[in-house]
Every structure is written in C-alpha cells, then in structure tokens.
Design a protein around this ligand. Structure first.
Ligand SMILES: *[C@@H]1O[C@H](CO)[C@@H](O)[C@H](O)[C@H]1NC(C)=O
Ligand SMILES: *[C@@H]1O[C@H](CO)[C@@H](O)[C@H](O)[C@H]1NC(C)=O
Length: 267
C-alpha cells in the first residue's frame, strides 16, 4: 500500500535533509519547490522546529507506521456532524488553490457571491496519522506557495499529488482522485450539508493577512460518486474568504486558500 511507502521514517529522513538544505534553496538556487516561496516564513520556521522535536522524540527502533485509523478530525470539528457509523477514513488531503467569487457591481452595498473553487489535492494521510501538528503547519506553509503550478510532490513534507478539487456547478464540489494509485482513485461528487465558522485564530490568508479562513464544512456525496466515497470534511482552513463587500471589485476574482480534507468511504 501507498501508506507504507510514504512511511513516517521516510518523512523524517527527507524532512531532515530539507531542514539542512532549506535556507540555501530558499535563497534562490531554483532546484526545488522552494523557489516559489515568498521567503523563509514564520510558518516554515515553525515547521522545522516541529520536525526537529519529532525527530528528537522518535525512538529509532520503533518508527511509527502509517496507520490511518490513528488519524482524527481536529477536535474543533465537533461543531460539524459526527462521522456517520460504518464510514472509514480513506484519505486526508491537503487542498491548495483558490476560492472563486464574483461581484455583480463595484459597490459597498453588494456582497461577493461564491462561484466555486479550484485546488490541487495532496495525500497527507500519513502526516495526519502520525503528526497532526505537522499537518496543520504544512498547510500554513503551503498557503504561502505561489500557485497554481505546484510540484507533484509538495515540500516541505513531500506529500504526493492525489488529485483535484473543483466545482461542476456553483453548488457542487467535486473531488477527483486522478493522481491516486491504481484502484484507489475515483471521484466524490458532493453537496454541502453543514458549515461552521473557522476557529478563532485561523490563518486569515497568505502572509498571515487577508479576509479570513473559509468555514469548515461537512459534505455528503451524491450521484456521480464512485468507489463508495460517502463524506468529506473540510477543516484546518486558511485564507479563502472574500472581502465583505464589492467596493472596488467587479466581476470574477479569486482568493488563495489551503485546507485539509478528510475523505470517508463505506464498506
Ligand atoms: C476558479 O479560479 C481558477 C483560478 O484559480 C480558474 O482556473 C477556475 O476556472 C475558476 N473556476 C471557476 C468555477 O470560476
Ligand atoms: C448542480 O448539480 C447538481 C448535481 O448534479 C444538481 O442536482 C443541481 O440541480 C445543479 N444545479 C444547477 C443550478 O444546475
């Protein structure tokens, strides 16, 4: 299984290499995904500090394996419906892309309307299973990457591309696992059941500035879904919210965001 290949031991090893190499690469050598960073951010510093602590705390003789049953939704997701009985976690994906909006006229009395989103999904399942703190910090780091041309294996945690998230119409979020290993792909076509405001203190946007983190969501699958995917939770959101009104904006615009998606199936 893919999990074993992306084992925590490998994560630790590669993370250590990156920790040593990162400052030189960021300075502009141009040979890896760090090119596209705005700079050595607080989020990246936090990431490497967590990696160091995990390496220090990890007993070399008992490296954690990638056991997805250990991955849990963040505790604040209790504001959303619980995972329905009989459903199992299949993927924890990091989504990185844009939330899209439109303003019918440039006016402070008109609000932006959501018209969908487009994001690349990366398989962060092993990270979520073993190091939930690193999952959150990785999302913080990747929010600051310049999209949309992301590497197929995304630093700093070296998570592999899993697929794409888009809307088939304004109210229908789709998750296409088109980069998954053979037999593990398919598609979740969903509709929104419930949302909650992102927890206080969520990262509001790139560079820690912006209009706020988009809500956390509970989505259920509808017709068109394959592989028995049943539920999708959007949590750990950062960025993506629009300004409160359309003053100075007219037409379509996009807001950068990142989030974690927990994807469940049945049977
Ligand atoms: C959303 O914005 C992206 C750019 O990030 C664009 O490629 C995509 O077509 C847009 N989708 C919609 C539904 O507006
Ligand atoms: C959007 O797609 C969903 C699912 O296919 C469908 O049920 C709904 O009627 C569509 N909405 C519009 C406005 O076309």
């Amino acid at each position: 299984m893919r999990w074993n290949v992306l084992s925590a031991a490998a994560l630790m090893a590669t993370a250590t290499i990156h920790a040593r190499a990162a400052p030189a690469s960021i300075a502009g050598r141009g040979d890896n995904g760090f090119d596209d960073l705005y700079g050595f951010s607080d989020a990246l510093a936090e990431y490497y500090s967590l990696v160091s602590r995990h390496i220090y705390n990890t007993n070399r003789d008992s490296m954690p394996v990638c056991d997805l049953s250990k991955a849990e939704l963040p505790s604040q997701a209790s504001g959303l419906p619980a995972v329905p009985a009989g459903q199992n976690l299949v993927y924890v994906a990091i989504g990185r892309g844009t939330q899209n909006y439109t303003c019918s006229e440039s006016s402070s009395s008109v609000g932006p309307s959501p018209i969908g989103a487009l994001a690349t999904l990366f398989d962060a399942s092993c990270l979520a299973a073993n190091f939930p703190d690193l999952l959150t910090t990785t999302i913080k780091v990747v929010l600051n990457y310049q999209g949309p041309n992301l590497p197929s294996t995304l630093p700093p945690a070296n998570v592999a591309m899993l697929g794409h998230h888009y809307f088939s119409n304004n109210t229908t979020p789709v998750f296409a696992f088109d980069s998954a290993p053979p037999g593990r792909g398919g598609m979740a076509v969903t509709r929104k059941i419930k949302q909650m405001t992102a927890p206080a203190g969520s990262v509001p946007g790139q560079g820690n500035k912006g209009f706020g983190a988009v809500p956390w969501l509970y989505l259920q699958t509808i017709a068109g879904t394959t592989n028995n995917y049943m539920s999708v939770y959007r949590v750990n959101t950062m960025g993506g919210s629009p300004p409160t009104n359309c003053k100075g904006i007219s037409g379509v615009f996009t807001i950068q965001y990142a989030a974690a998606y927990f994807i469940f199936s049945e049977g």
